[in-house]
Design a protein around this ligand. Structure first.
Ligand code: PLP
Length: 361
């Protein structure tokens, strides 16, 4: 990334030799992503991260196809980047939305999706793996339902990349796939959207003809440089290595046996690094603060809503009561997590829970 901020400071749209060098780098970066994804370079659009990729996929596709139909489908457990984009289309642009329910494990039933598709359905968006619970959706099956029905399918695979085995971008059976660099050790504010040709979503930004007319604005080359290296290094061989992280899974899952503690989505396939616990009668923020005072960084639901005391919409959709949906802590492991750190966490866990329980009586 550093040479792109310093030695090679050119703008890829400039005609002079410094600009041409930057253009060469940008084109080569797109080719490198396409080589990992096994798609055409023209199907890769660089973005500022997941939120932008998702908004471009959803709003851009809905606006492009609005003459064909106005019905959209998503699930109740999506990230707010998806839900808020759909809400905007419904409230401001006259689209109709079906929000599919999930089972107690947080999964969408492909049969429910098939039943929900109408003659004027133009777009379905369902995530590959949930950010709060780590629960993995049957995304290829859901994509196949859409393909059979001739409906565009987008998947927010932001949490999935770098954790599950990746073969090629077509394995999701999706027309649009969102990806974000900082979920697998790339730079924050980096990402991309896969857009299967010949789809050409309406742009969100207006200006120059950058990114094959899909995203106006001068490209952030340093961010793209970091993103490309993260994609090349950490997707095909997931950086969240199952063989090194799975020994931690059994002891962490066993915390479920403590009184009042429930591991969410414990009966379904989950991401190897994500554990979501609900603590009966305790609130997320007190637990978070107490873990933090003990030197441990955990989250309440999605990081974006930390600080707000809203119950998790993901747990609510899974059938948990408001108070349980308000008492969750998400524990995420990283590539550097050690056995010693896990033992420390396991010994602290009941102490922290008791402290919070004591202070909330
Ligand atoms: N989608 C999912 C599943 C996420 O987990 C996140 C962020 O945590 C986003 C979308 C939004 O990502 P960003 O804030 O990086 O744009």
């Amino acid at each position: 990334m550093l040479p792109l901020l310093d030695e090679n400071f050119g703008n890829p749209s400039s005609i002079h030799h410094v600009g041409r060098k930057a253009r060469f780098f940008l084109d080569a970066s797109r080719e490198r992503i396409a080589a990992v994804w096994k798609c055409k370079a023209s199907e890769v659009v660089f973005t500022s991260g997941a939120t932008e990729s998702i908004n471009l996929a959803i709003c851009g596709t809905a606006r492009l196809l609005k003459e064909k139909g106005r019905h959209l489908i998503t699930s109740a457990v999506e990230h707010h980047a998806v839900l808020r984009a759909f809400e905007y289309l419904v409230n401001k642009e006259g689209f109709e939305l079906t929000v599919l329910p999930v089972d107690a494990e947080g999964r969408v039933d492909p049969q429910d999706l098939e039943n929900a598709i109408l003659n004027d359905t133009i777009l379905v968006s369902i995530m590959a793996a949930n950010n709060e619970t780590g629960v993995i959706q049957p995304v290829a099956e859901l994509g196949a339902v859409c393909r059979r029905s001739g409906v565009c399918f987008h998947t927010d695979a932001v949490q999935w990349f770098g954790k599950e085995p990746f073969e090629n971008i077509h394995q999701f059976n999706a027309n649009l796939v969102s990806i974000c660099g900082h979920k697998f050790y790339g730079p924050k504010g980096s990402g991309a959207l896969f857009i299967k040709s010949p789809l050409l979503p309406d742009p969100l930004f207006f200006g120059g003809s950058h990114e094959n007319n899909r995203r106006a604005g001068t490209e952030n080359l340093a961010s793209i440089a970091g993103f490309v290296v993260a994609v090349e290094s950490f997707l095909t061989t997931p950086v969240f290595d199952k063989s090194s992280l799975s020994p931690f899974s059994i002891p962490l899952s066993s915390l479920d046996s403590l009184e009042g503690v429930t591991l969410i989505g414990s009966n379904s396939e989950r991401l190897i690094n994500t554990f979501c616990f609900s603590f009966s009668g305790l609130d997320s923020l007190s637990l978070l603060a107490s873990f933090d005072l003990n030197g441990i960084c955990v989250s309440a639901g999605s990081a974006c809503s930390s600080g707000a005391l809203n119950p998790s919409h993901v747990l609510s959709a899974m059938g948990f009561s408001n108070s349980d949906a308000n008492s969750i802590v998400r524990v995420s492991l990283g590539r550097e997590t050690t056995k010693l750190e896990i033992s420390h966490f396991l010994s602290l866990f009941p102490i922290v829970v008791d402290q919070v329980r004591g202070s909330s009586i």
